[in-house]
Design a protein around this ligand. Structure first.
Ligand code: HMG
Ligand code: MG
Length: 300
């Protein structure tokens, strides 16, 4: 498989990156992060989520964040919505695109959204209908595609079955997430090989976490499988509230470095991106999770 000329990066830092933070992050700091990311050239930013504030308190202010960001032409500002209630709140906040999320493992589905995989998919049907009526595109996520914190191994067939349902019900793209970051390049290739029997490769995306240090290898393996869309989080922010021990998402800066090294276009400026990541890390009092950012910042 030839490598692509360009790749689309889906920046999930403001949502997947921040959702797990225990400390209060002000609306203005979240807004600044989103605006910094679009200034760096990212054309798709997941800004927040409209989920139960009892389940994920950090995302409670998402409507205020949407109200204050400086929307740029050509940028998609998206939000995660678990049900119709969340979708309606997202519509009120003038969200341009939403994402629904299901799991490839039963146990994770119960812990994350308090219902079975089948029930979660049923819950998305009215949401997708409402989204169609409102002319809003819906992206689908499948989590735990290469392993589950409760059940262990997950087969490519389990992933394919959930991904197929999401695609069939109208998700324009399905992002496959290695939520606990235990996947390897071989497993990644095998998974895409199986899932792409049902869904065209240009409708699939990869979402990798770096717990075992394999995320960039898995992205390279995905590129070889003809996958051209990747989710990443600035400064490697994140983790999942329902996946103990899972470290952050793969850092956007590190993915950009990989892609630049392959001559693949993204439209993203490295220095501006590094500055955006370091600014939010300073606010959070956290070490920067991007190795590229750390290396560049000590050498400046
Ligand atoms: P539940 O408790 O089973 O639902 O939660 P419920 O319908 O019984 O509602 C309970 C309460 O929540 C009610 O309020 C509802 O009104 C309220 P009360 O009457 O008790 O005051 N509620 C809501 N409030 C705001 N917005 C909503 C909403 N829905 C209900 N949309 C539910 C079920 C799905 C709501 C809950 O489990 C939930 O919100 N879960 C979200 C979990 C989450 O956000 N996880 C992180 C995202 S997934 C992820 O990170 C993985 C991914 O990044 C991929 C990867 O990394 O691999 C995508
Ligand atoms: Mg994630």
């Amino acid at each position: 498989m030839n490598l692509p000329k360009s790749v689309r990066l889906v920046e999930v830092g403001p949502r997947d990156g921040l959702q797990n933070e225990k400390q209060t992050i002000s609306v203005s700091d979240k807004v600044r992060l989103v605006d910094d990311l679009t200034a760096a050239g990212l054309s798709y930013v997941e800004v927040g989520s409209f989920v139960s504030p009892k389940w994920v308190p950090q995302m409670a202010g998402s409507a205020e964040v949407f109200a204050s960001i400086g929307r740029q032409p050509g940028v998609t500002y998206a939000a995660l919505t678990p049900n119709l209630k969340g979708f309606e709140a997202a519509l009120d906040a003038k969200v341009e695109e939403v994402a629904v999320f299901a799991a490839a493992s039963e146990a994770f589905s119960q812990k994350n959204i308090n219902c079975s995989i089948a029930d979660s998919l049923q819950r998305f049907v009215p949401l997708l209908e409402a989204a169609k009526a409102a002319n809003i595109r819906v992206r689908g996520y499948v989590s735990c595609v290469l392993g589950c914190p409760y059940e262990g191994d997950v087969t490519p067939q389990q992933v394919a079955s959930v991904a197929r349902e999401l695609y069939t019900m109208g998700c324009y793209e399905v992002s496959l997430g290695d939520t606990i970051g235990t996947g390897s390049a071989g497993k990644t290739r095998a998974m895409f090989e199986v899932v792409s029997r049902d869904i065209p490769r240009d409708k699939l995306a990869g979402h990798f976490h770096d717990t075992y240090g394999q995320a960039l290898a898995n992205i390279y393996a995905s590129l070889l499988e003809g996958i051209h869309v990747f989710d990443s989080s600035v400064a490697g922010l994140g983790g999942c509230p329902y996946a103990k021990g899972a470290t952050g998402n793969v850092a956007s800066e590190d993915v950009l470095y990989l892609l630049q090294g392959l001559g693949i276009e993204t439209g993203v400026d490295m220095d501006t991106l590094i500055a955006a990541g370091q600014r939010i890390c300073d606010k959070l009092g956290k070490a920067n999770g991007s190795r590229v950012a750390r290396a560049r910042l000590v050498n400046h």
